[in-house]
Design a protein around this ligand. Structure first.
Ligand code: ADP
Ligand code: MG
Length: 399
């Protein structure tokens, strides 16, 4: 785990200016915040700093304005949502650097909170331009990064600032880094990874990294079909990347060499059409899929066996559903295995960490997200972490 400072390492901050990178890239509906999950995630850090007497200035991007001002992507639109979550008044400041910010800081009292404008209105943000970062840093006394979800980008507000000011991980960042360390950094073994989802091609780097890290690799979803096909199984008209057969073989060989057991489904749920509860629905052995059928979920016997694998493991990292979980009954395997993992976590025998857009939705659908040790909502950053990449925003916090 990177060695980073947290808010516990801050001395007296009263009257000091905290530049706090947060994730305010929230979904909007008719001009107001439609889902405040991301704001709620950073609220503890903001309130802790404000209550300690800092002047808290929030830095964030919003949408993709590509280096110029855009009225529909101003963070002024999110100011009200931030106030609602924090239960406090928040000042909107229409710049990120310069005299307007300086004046605002003069008006703010110790413990007050301000939201700076969308960092991506300035081309220097995404270019990580040192001059831009210096101009932003000039108004701050210290920097806090609480946006793990943006840490895979080396931008001025996520990376550059950490080199210019004393830098600290916020509470949400700290929690995420500790959970990820427990999952793949310094995990208790045996470790199982579930990798599912639609396509192998989107998760090649994840698979290649995991086979060197985990003892059990459970492959489900559409991507299992590519592996089955590579092994000579007829997958009918399933979603399958036949051109990746050699790549799939190479991953299986690498797993063999590393002593990682790969689990592919041996029974599957198939249908002739992709629809809710189709009349052609049936469960069969993987070797019995007909030419006009497609595999849409892992079968009940395989799921039971996978549950038994998890019972022997101490750590689980999960990305990607086992089946086309949005359409019933192809959510069955995902829900069943998620419930097993949740029960083992509750018993204290398993540390379970999951992430990915559809994975979070699937775990919520299974009603078990709260029972997992940690569920990451950071899509891109979580996947890059699963690929074993160093995230620039995290590396910059290293002391
Ligand atoms: P995440 O967002 O968690 O990283 P992905 O986007 O990789 O996950 O994959 C999720 C998608 O994979 C879902 O839309 C799901 O319907 C699809 N999927 C899973 N299994 C199958 C399958 N057997 N056939 C077709 N699509 C599948
Ligand atoms: Mg997805």
């Amino acid at each position: 785990m990177p060695n980073f400072r947290t808010l516990d390492d801050l001395g007296d901050v009263s009257g000091k200016v905290a530049l706090v990178r947060v994730d305010l890239n929230v979904p909007m509906d008719e001009g107001s915040v439609a889902d405040d999950t991301r704001i709620r995630a950073v609220a503890p850090t903001i309130l802790e700093l404000a209550d300690a007497g800092a002047k808290v200035l929030l830095l964030a991007h919003f949408g993709r304005p590509k280096g110029q001002r855009s009225s529909t992507e101003s963070l002024s639109l999110v100011q009200g949502g931030v106030e609602d979550v924090l239960g406090r008044e928040v000042m909107f400041i229409p710049e990120v650097a310069g005299p307007i910010v300086e004046q605002a800081i003069g008006i703010l009292r110790a413990g007050d909170i301000g939201v700076l404008e969308n960092t991506r209105f300035w081309p220097g943000e995404e270019k990580n331009d040192p001059e831009f970062a210096k101009a932003v840093a000039a108004n701050g006394d210290f920097y806090v990064n609480d946006a793990f979800s943006a840490a895979h980008r080396a931008h001025a507000s996520t990376e550059g600032l950490a080199h210019l000011l004393p830098a600290y991980a916020g509470r949400a960042m700290e929690k995420e880094l500790k959970a990820l360390d427990a999952a793949l950094g310094n995990p208790q073994t045996p470790v199982a990874a579930v990798v599912g989802g639609a396509k192998v091609s989107t998760k090649l780097a994840v698979l290649e990294h995991l086979v060197t890290k985990v003892q059990h690799l459970i492959i489900g979803g559409g991507m299992a079909n590519t592996f089955l096909a590579a092994r000579g199984v007829n997958v009918g008209k399933s979603l399958c990347e036949h051109d990746l057969a050699a790549t799939a073989e190479a991953i299986l060989d690498a797993a063999d060499r590393a002593g990682c057991t790969v689990h592919l489904p041996y029974d599957v749920v198939v249908a002739k059409e992709f629809a809710a509860n189709p009349p052609s629905l049936r469960t069969c052995n993987v070797h019995e899929v007909a030419e006009d059928e497609m595999i849409l979920d892992v079968g009940p016997q395989a799921v039971e066996a996978l549950g038994d694998v998890l019972k022997t493991c101490r750590t689980l990292v999960w990305n990607g559903p086992l089946g086309a979980f949005e359409t019933p009954p192809f959510d069955t395997a995902t829900v069943a295995l998620a419930q097993t993992a949740a029960a083992l976590t509750k018993e204290g025998s398993l540390v379970s960490v999951a992430g990915g857009g559809d994975t979070v939705a699937a775990l919520n659908h299974a009603g078990v997200a709260a029972d997992f040790t940690y569920v990451s909502t950071a899509g891109g950053a979580f996947l890059e972490w699963m690929e074993g990449k160093e995230l620039p925003g995290v590396a910059a916090l290293n002391i």
